[in-house]
Write a protein that binds this ligand. Sequence first.
Ligand code: HEC
Length: 155
Amino acid sequence: MAKLLALVLVMIGVSGTVFLARAQSESTTSAVEARHTGFEGILSALRQIDREAKAEQPDFATMASSNARLIELEAEIPSWFPPGSGPESGAKTTARPEIWTDRQGFVEKATASLAAARGLSTSVRTGNLEAIRDAERTLVKTCQACHHAYEYGNF
Ligand code: HEC
């Protein structure tokens, strides 16, 4: 009987550990999923702005609200990469380990991109389409600069 109890205790102990390990990997997976959703949001806001900029009758209010969303999301980028959510987690991610070993460089790229998104909103307010397209190009360069240094994809 004592032996059986001991066995049960061991089993509980083991399943407790398994549960903790699973909780940990679930939080990693959800961080990766959340940032994918976040980046998709950034891309769709940018596309919306671009569509309006090329429309026959651009809707500047739509552009401004998409731009506001873009700024909101860009400001969150560094928080989307908690420690342990890189490729070592086994999650499906194209994030490079340098994001965590060179945090400062990564945050600088995020800050530069946020600044470019704010620059775009300044152009949107002027309503000058040429300035808007220039600001879009400047912004996309900051996306690429970060992807080039900190992401394995080729976007
Ligand atoms: C500071 C760095 C940084 C900046 C700035 C940045 N990205 Fe990314 N982006 C990443 C990283 C890292 C990933 C890979 C995330 C992963 O797979 O875990 C990524 C992934 C993506 C993805 C793929 C999401 C998915 O579903 O897998 C898209 C789309 C994207 N970024 C668009 C953009 C656009 C558009 C901009 C600029 C407006 C931008 N990114 C700016 C670092 C950045």
